[in-house]
Design a protein. Structure first.
Length: 399
């Protein structure tokens, strides 16, 4: 019995050993497979690392070849700009020192202007004392004051800045100068009236033979229109003896910038004939077979004698060119009036009309105060005889 037990135990031990050996082999095989898998993964990672290393090597090579030289170039450029900025800072420092010196000079000029203010007070006293001394003496005082103010203006930009300190003093002088201008204007008006009526003139204003007016509703055109007006005056051999610019006090809100001119050099009768000839020549440029609004025939288009077709005709005379330039500038406005002696040009919102007035007609329009009203002036001109009126609306719109 004991023997059987021992045999059975040996068999069991042998079976256990066989099972344990099988398990050990299975574990060894599994361990081997795991190692092989790990070797494969390590091989793949080495391949990836080699690829990344090659890419990094190529990128570093590109950086060395392209980026680093560009950075070096930009660094050199920035170094140059820094040097330029340093130079600008140095210039700014020099400019500040210069401005400091100029401020010192301006302070000295301010002291000088304080003395000038006292001189202007003396001028004001002298002008007030000379008010009753007659037109010639008054004009001399006004010219002296205006010459001194012109000297201030010629001082340049620095003086223009310093003139702000003279504002209060100039406002005090302005009232006196305004009164003197009104006094002088009254004397010149008398001279013009005497020239128109034939009354003998005995004062110093006899050099004034006619008057002029200029006004536009458009502020942007005032300076340009004034240049064209004075050019036309000079082209017709007239000289500006005196000019005034009226303000807006007591006037309509849309009537600033009224300018009056006192002109000399030509008699009123001679001017009437000259302007009539110029307007006839201008009217000849109107379209063929046209009719004016007052029923008169427009002039036919001119053909210069001896000028072949297609060849530019000779330029018009200076007086004709200046008058046409003035009329075209008037047409660009929405409302304007220009008078040169007997010539009156009126621009309303719809039309441009011109007329050559007689002395009696000029006095009548001046008495009725219609010169500054384009609509009223155009209505009065429409009542004139046909040979005195020119409707140049179509001419100006096609010029």
């Amino acid at each position: 019995m004991t023997t059987v037990i021992l045999v059975v135990m040996c068999v069991v031990v042998g079976a256990l050993e066989l099972y344990a050996g099988k398990q050990s082999r299975d574990q060894a095989n599994a361990f081997t497979r795991r190692i092989e898998e790990l070797n494969q993964q390590v091989t793949k990672q080495n391949g990836v690392l080699v690829t990344v290393g090659e890419q990094l090597t190529a990128e570093l090579s590109r950086v060395k070849q392209d980026v680093l030289p560009a950075l070096d170039s930009r660094l050199r450029q920035n170094t140059g700009r820094v040097e330029e900025l340093a130079g600008l800072v140095h210039q700014a420092d020099e400019f500040l020192r210069t401005q400091s010196g100029r401020l010192h000079d301006l302070e000295q000029q301010r002291i000088t202007l304080a003395a000038l203010r006292r001189k202007l007070g003396e001028v004001e006293t002298s002008v007030r004392a000379a008010t009753g001394a007659g037109a010639a003496a008054v004009e001399g005082r006004v010219d002296t004051a205006l010459d001194r103010l012109a000297d201030l203006e010629r001082g340049g930009a620095e003086i223009l800045e310093l003139q702000r300190t003279l504002t209060r003093t100039l406002e005090d002088v302005e009232d006196v100068v305004t009164e003197l201008l009104q006094f002088t204007e009254s004397g010149l008006d008398d001279s013009v009236t005497a020239a128109l009526t034939g009354r003998p003139r005995t004062d110093a204003s006899a050099a004034v033979t006619t008057t002029g007016r200029l006004w536009t509703r458009d502020d942007q055109l005032q300076d340009i229109l004034a240049d064209m007006y004075e050019r036309c005056v000079r082209a017709n051999r007239l000289g500006v003896r005196f000019r005034t610019a009226e303000g807006t006090d007591g006037q309509a809100p849309d009537a600033p910038g009224r300018r009056r001119y006192f002109l000399g050099g030509q008699a009123a009768d001679d001017l009437a004939g000259a302007f009539s000839a110029l307007l006839i020549s201008t009217g000849a440029d109107l379209p063929h077979n046209g009719l004016t609004q007052n029923g008169g025939r427009r002039g036919l288009a001119r053909v210069e004698p001896g000028v072949p077709a297609g060849v530019e005709p000779p330029r018009p005379p200076e007086d004709e060119a200046a008058l046409k330039a003035l009329l075209r500038t008037l047409f660009e406005s929405s409302g304007a009036v220009a008078q040169i002696g007997p010539l009156l040009a009126v621009r309303t919102r719809d039309e441009l009309v011109c007329a050559v007035l007689t002395a009696a007609q000029s006095l009548e329009l001046e008495s009725d105060e219609v010169f500054w009203d384009p609509a009223a002036a155009a209505d009065r001109l429409r009542r004139l005889p046909a040979h005195q009126l020119w409707d140049l609306t179509a001419w100006a719109s096609t010029a």
